[in-house]
Design a protein around this ligand. Structure first.
Ligand code: SF4
Length: 299
């Protein structure tokens, strides 16, 4: 991903900013943040050539905790902002972070189009199956069973959905494969070393990479806890071929738990930014256009 090879090396702790995370004790986002520091160090990303972009939510505070450039944007709009940064400064390492509500609901419309454009950037979703910042509403990945006739309604646990969730949860991994996101992986905040390895591979992948990392919210989600995911996650089988799209899709749809690791890869997929570069080379006279000149056409 980086164009210039840095001559210096950076240890994980050197990516820590002076700002201390203000997440609740036990929040899964701590594990994800530590994994990101490690992955950045493994890829030896130059902080001066790295931008971390986010939307809104608890996890979207993350850019403030990284000693690089950062952009804490607006709800659901992290991908277009990041794509713009990458288009304007292709030599930068661009890492996008956010939560499941920000990425899969409010920002969901941007996701398939980012997959089509395939910019060379990494999208890390901290998936806690809830909206934590706004105090525990159900998100698109929430799994709150409908109340049965005999069950006790627990209106304190799920304030906006005391009778359970009436919609199905989405499967972001299957959706990403269907949209041909060129690198699709899943991680778990309670396995930070494994998550760091996955993130490093995603950062080095040329193209748009999604990592959906389970990151439990102990404050507002007492259903999908760390133990819930410890009991239901397993490593992607060693003989899985991530370049086989059908097999990747089958793996994403299995209902015996959640595979952790790299699930799908489309190496060599064309990218909007490569197409733009080739267009500039073919039509160099058009690159002299300025915004002022464009406006003149409409006067
Ligand atoms: Fe983390 Fe949940 Fe607290 Fe937000 S509300 S900081 S997601 S534990």
């Amino acid at each position: 991903m980086p164009v210039e090879t840095p001559t210096q090396t950076w240890a994980p702790k050197e990516y820590k900013s002076d700002l201390k995370p203000i997440w609740c004790a036990g929040c899964g986002d701590f594990g994800v943040l530590n994994a990101l520091y490690k992955a950045m160090s493994m890829c030896n990303l130059d902080p001066e050539n790295t931008v971390v972009v986010s939307g809104i939510g608890c996890s979207s505070r993350l850019p403030g905790f990284v000693a690089s450039y950062g952009f804490h944007g607006v709800h659901g709009r992290a991908l277009p902002i990041a794509t713009g940064i990458k288009a304007a400064r292709p030599e930068l390492n661009v890492i996008v972070v956010g939560g499941d509500g920000d990425g899969y609901s409010i920002g969901a419309g941007h996701f398939p189009h980012c997959a089509r454009r395939n910019p060379d950037m990494t999208y890390l979703i901290m998936n806690n199956n809830t909206y934590g910042l706004t105090k525990g509403q159900v998100s698109p990945t929430a799994m709150v069973p409908m109340a049965s006739l005999n069950s006790k309604i627990d209106s304190k646990r799920w304030k906006t959905t005391p009778y359970g969730m009436m919609e199905d949860a989405i499967n972001p991994i299957a959706q990403a494969i269907a949209w041909d996101v060129s690198f699709v992986a899943r991680g778990f905040s309670y396995k930070p070393n494994q998550l760091a390895e996955i993130l490093a591979e995603a950062i080095q992948h040329k193209g748009f990479a999604l990592i959906d990392a389970f990151s439990p919210c102990p404050t507002f989600n007492q259903d999908q806890t760390d133990d819930f995911y410890k009991d239901r996650t397993y490593d992607v089988p060693e003989d899985h071929d991530p370049t086989d799209r059908v097999k990747a899709f089958e793996l994403s749809l299995r209902n015996d738990g959640y595979p952790i690791g790299v699930i799908y890869k489309h190496e060599g997929k064309h990218s909007l930014l490569d197409e733009q570069a080739s267009l500039r080379a073919r039509f160099p006279h058009d690159t002299q256009t300025t915004v002022a000149k464009l406006f003149e056409k409409f006067q």
